[in-house]
Design a protein around this ligand. Structure first.
Ligand code: FES
Length: 296
């Protein structure tokens, strides 16, 4: 008996992110916002710290747990806590607003490095979460004035906005892989193998090479030939098209800079180090193997 196909749901929430990414009109919001964010948060150590370079992965998703946790706890106390829980609920709303501020700043730092399409979804994500923060701020102010009903109402609307913002943040992370390590697919195998090069190794230019299926960006350094995995850990930019700066490779897409000798990060927005490779030349062949990860 032929199986019946299930009817597709009329509302497909998973398509929302894709629709936003295709909406060029959002650039009217995103482009000036991008200029403002880049002016306020120029590339440098402070922005790298906001990206989470010191942490080894993005800081923003970790910080989002704070306002979400405080506001969700307040929501439960508002619903079932009774009169005794009112001061606690009010404090949780206020602490959530305070914790949302660094969360927003770290999110803006990451947002400013996204590609155009993802930046559109990210702009709506930011507006929704900014609105949630403002609504919870109104809730806190109302509660402080003893206006409990409006205070709870503002919080409920804020929770709705935060849910929309959280859904779009999930789309960016899990559908668009924003913030994940794009060099994580480099094999961990550390055996020597013969590499093929698209050109001769030279001290002043990067050359695309392959170790089996692994693409590498190779160069001759003062200490000998070496290479980094070709796909930048930030968003997969082609490192062999990047620039060589003081023994480092700078990604052509957003400027993440990695030491050739060990792949460690000198400048973000990347938060994960780049897989690094030893190269040696013997009998006219170039042999390569992955270096042990820094610190491990
Ligand atoms: S892809 Fe963004 S810095 Fe390399």
């Amino acid at each position: 008996m032929a199986s019946r196909e299930r009817p597709r749901p009329r509302v497909d929430p998973s398509a929302l992110g894709e629709r936003l990414e295709a909406t060029e009109a959002l650039d009217r919001l995103a482009d000036p916002a991008l200029r403002a964010v880049k002016a306020l948060l120029p590339a440098g150590p402070a922005k790298d710290a906001l990206h989470g370079m010191w942490l080894g992965h993005p800081l923003h998703p970790l910080l989002t747990d704070l306002p979400i946790g405080f506001w969700t706890s307040a929501f439960v106390l508002d619903l079932v806590g009774g009169r005794k829980a009112q001061p606690g609920a009010d404090a949780l709303v206020g602490i959530g607003v305070a914790s949302a501020l660094p969360t927003i700043v770290s999110g803006l730092a990451d947002w400013s490095e996204l590609k155009t399409a993802e930046r559109r979804t990210g702009a709506v994500h930011a507006v929704a979460n900014g609105a949630a923060t403002a609504l919870y701020g109104l809730s806190y102010a109302a509660r402080r004035r003893g206006r409990r009903g409006p205070g709870i109402a503002w919080a409920m609307v804020g929770a709705t906005a935060a849910t929309v913002g959280g859904f779009l943040g999930g789309h960016l992370s899990y559908r668009r892989a924003a913030g994940v390590n794009h060099a994580a697919d480099a094999p961990a195998d550390r055996a020597w193998g013969e590499a093929t090069l698209d050109g001769p190794l030279a001290p002043d230019r990067l050359v695309l090479a392959h170790l089996g299926d692994e693409p590498l960006a190779a160069v001759r350094t003062d200490a000998g030939p070496a290479a980094l995995y070709e796909r930048c850990s930030h968003l997969g930019g082609p490192l062999h098209e990047g620039a060589l700066v003081d023994g480092c490779v700078r990604c052509p897409w957003h400027g993440s800079t990695f030491r050739v000798e060990d792949g460690s990060i000198v400048r973000g927005p990347a938060t994960a180090p780049q897989p690094a490779y030893e190269l040696r030349e013997e009998d006219g062949r170039t042999m390569a193997r992955r270096r042990a990860p820094a610190g491990g």
